[in-house]
Design a protein. Structure first.
Length: 365
């Protein structure tokens, strides 16, 4: 019996600049067909509202104090998710059976037993007249997991789909960097450090621009190894004690006072060193690295990683998969697994006590 269905995945990452949308057809196993992807960019007003709001929210108490503002922004981003859902469905003439709605992470504190994603699934279901899967992280955290990373089961079965008969490290560099190690029938995963978040946050504060395109600014800066190594020991210890990380686990104070090029060069090298040291500690066998996420386009960051890691590197685009949309594809895939009551997180991916199935489902009637 063919259990493949069409699903739509929606992902708004830590860059907070827009929404990635992906349509796939899958059975929730290694039968995966990627239909198409689409990106919707937030206007500057909404993006700035979201960034400013997230900066001032550090606890449930903060959230409760700013609940009215939260509801206003939540409605706006939910309407944007509806907009891109209709656009991608019309573009590819596909009617998805289910939608994986990740939402915008506002707080991720698994040790305090919560991870909050902004977005109104009930409104989205009514607007689109669709079944919606949401709160992918909650059940994992309730069962002792850290709620992240959630994409490893997709990475693992993507390797099978691509017939890659060698050990693979999927290195996803978004706001946070995470890895999935996949070999044979086994896989495990972990966050390994900051991704783009330090560099992006610095440029937003100092230059009012979103990111260092291709790593061009960092390329011309001077690295201060003493500065980087002094701060690295403390931060590296913190990344080792946490299985999942949040952008608020890191700050950029150690480069304040430097020229922009030098600040970016040091943040870039610092990011690469944390990622590389964690990979070298975690992975003990010969593998190939497949790069995903927006950070793969930062040529200076990838150059630094290649100097620090003795691995063969590939962009996932080499395998005809758009590396900008792997996470949105993953949430379409996780929605299918949730519908079929298949597990989406595992002790070797999130430290959950036992494998657990997916998010909550709103069935449109």
């Amino acid at each position: 019996m063919d259990k493949t269905i069409y699903a739509l995945g929606l992902m708004s990452g830590t860059s907070m600049d827009g929404i990635d949308a992906s349509l796939i057809r899958s059975d929730g196993e290694k039968n995966i067909d990627i239909i198409g992807n689409l990106y919707l960019k937030y206007d500057s007003e909404l993006k700035n509202l979201l960034i400013k709001f997230c900066k001032k929210i550090n606890s449930f108490k903060n959230l409760d104090e700013n609940l009215s503002e939260y509801k206003i922004i939540e409605r706006e981003i939910t309407l944007k998710h509806s907009e891109i859902s209709l656009e991608i469905s019309n573009k590819f003439d596909i009617n998805p059976k289910i939608i994986g709605f990740h939402g915008q992470t506002i707080l991720h504190k698994p040790k305090d037993k919560y991870s909050i994603q902004m977005g109104n699934p009930e409104l989205l279901s009514q607007l689109l007249k669709k079944n919606i899967v949401y709160e992918f992280r909650k059940k994992d955290i309730e069962n002792g997991g850290e709620g992240a990373p959630l994409t490893p089961i997709y990475h693992h079965n993507l390797r099978k789909k691509l017939n890659l008969n060698f050990p693979v490290i999927f290195l996803n560099i978004g706001g946070i960097a995470n890895i999935t190690f996949s070999k044979g029938q086994s896989f495990f995963a972990q966050d390994v450090g900051p991704g783009n978040c330090l560099m992006d946050n610095y440029l937003r504060q100092i230059k009012k621009i979103d990111y260092d395109k291709d790593g061009k600014i960092a390329e011309y800066g001077k690295i201060d190894n003493t500065l980087v190594n002094n701060i690295l020991d403390h931060v590296y210890y913190n990344t080792q004690t946490k299985h999942s990380l949040d952008i608020k686990d890191f700050d950029i104070n150690f480069v304040k006072g430097l020229q922009t090029e030098d600040a970016l060069a040091n943040l870039n090298f610092f990011t690469a060193k944390i990622i590389a040291e964690n990979i070298n500690k975690i992975i003990k066998e010969n593998s190939k690295i497949i790069l995903c996420g927006g950070g793969r386009k930062n040529k200076t960051l990838i150059s630094n990683l290649k100097k620090l890691l003795n691995y063969e590197f590939y962009d996932i685009d080499f395998f005809n998969i758009d590396g900008d949309f792997v996470e949105s594809q993953a949430f379409a895939y996780l929605a299918i697994r949730s519908l079929y009551k298949k597990n989406i997180s595992f002790p070797n991916t999130t430290k959950v006590n036992k494998p657990v199935s997916g998010g909550k489902i709103i069935k449109f009637i």
